[in-house]
Write a protein that binds this ligand. Structure first.
Ligand code: CP
Length: 331
């Protein structure tokens, strides 16, 4: 595997899940693979789970790990070509990438969407520059449009906690005070739709206010239900997430909040006990970090049906599978 962005990059989903269970049972089984190999994790944005779980995964595989916080001690990087660098950015990514690549064997990238230029974000410009100029295998630790390590961990968590052969999984938009990227819902939709093709997979529904339609390349074939209550009825899993306007129906609204969290309508999307009451004793999921009172109420996230902690713990497993696959391709 030379690049990990999309569900297709992992190949057969059932095989990947089997591998994840095997690694969970013995997470040091492949420790020999990373001997004398170095992972460089590059963060353009903050992280708690991705940083710790991916580092732990690399350690499970016997690797050395270097972590670079681009915004804390490194030269500020210019990412656009053709600019006169007379501002505060001292180094261009196109020199920095091969330099960074010379110190490692594999690179993980976290680089969020800027949310001002849809074409730039959806072209995965920063990730693809790393892919092109590093000459090293690259994987996404949440990029402009995807968060596949999260979606893989989410799928594993659903598999572990499902009580019916084919659970109903609902992705619901929830309100937030800041404009957030679409990476998590994009990947969650992409992975759930792939899982829906399996005989013992999932039935997948997306619910959000009008105008928050996700990019069709991630949701092709998904059922969209604008009535949140209707969507949640009988759900086995409720996956809450905020995202800003993807700009699909109104391009000028890309990256904006179009339903305010303080409005009564916005607030009506917050997942509380009343919302969960119409589900099939549904489990609550969120990728974290989560803003309580906006996305979900305290009682729901702290309740017996909340999976947020096992979901985060499974990030170590999804990362171990992905890095293992990359190491195997380097052998
Ligand atoms: N879910 C997730 O990626 O968490 P962090 O942003 O803390 O890494």
């Amino acid at each position: 595997m030379n690049s990990f962005l999309h569900v297709q990059d992992i190949g057969d989903l059932k095989q990947a899940l089997t591998e994840a269970r095997e690694i969970k049972a013995d997470r040091f089984k492949y420790q020999h693979l990373g001997n004398n190999k170095t992972l460089l994790m590059i963060f353009f944005n903050n992280s708690l789970r991705t940083r710790l779980s991916t580092q732990k995964a690399a350690m499970n595989l016997g690797m050395n790990v270097i972590v670079l916080d681009v915004n804390a001690g490194a030269w500020k990087l210019e990412t656009e070509r053709g600019v006169i660098m007379d501002g505060d950015k001292s180094e261009h990514l196109l020199e920095a990438i091969p330099v960074m690549a010379s110190y490692c064997d594999i690179i993980g990238i976290r680089s969020f969407a800027g949310l001002s230029d849809r074409d730039y974000d959806y072209a995965e410009t920063v990730y693809n520059q790393f892919l092109k100029y590093s000459g090293k295998p690259i994987f996404a630790m949440e990029t402009a449009t995807v968060h596949p390590l999260q979606a893989f961990a989410d799928l594993l968590t659903i598999e572990e906690h499902k009580t019916v052969r084919r659970p109903k999984v609902v992705l619901t938009w929830a309100p937030h005070c800041r404009a957030l990227p679409q990476a998590v819902p994009n990947s969650f939709a992409e992975w759930m739709l792939e899982a829906s093709k399996l005989e013992d997979g999932v039935d997948f529904i997306i619910t959000h206010p009008q105008g928050y339609e996700l990019d069709p390349r991630f949701t092709e074939g998904a059922t969209i239900e604008y009535d949140q209550q209707k969507a949640l009825e009988g759900a086995d899993f409720v996956y809450a997430k905020n995202w800003s306007c993807p700009g699909v129906t109104v391009p000028e609204d890309y990256g904006k909040i179009i339903l305010n969290h303080e409005s009564a309508e916005g607030r009506s999307w917050t997942i509380d006990a009343e919302h969960m009451a119409v589900t099939n004793n549904g489990k609550f999921m969120h990728c974290l970090p989560v803003r309580r009172g906006l996305i979900v109420t305290d009682d729901v996230i702290e309740g017996a049906n909340s999976l947020v902690i096992p979901e985060a713990a499974n990030r170590e497993i999804s990362a171990t599978v992905v890095i293992k696959r990359i190491l195997e391709s380097l052998q």
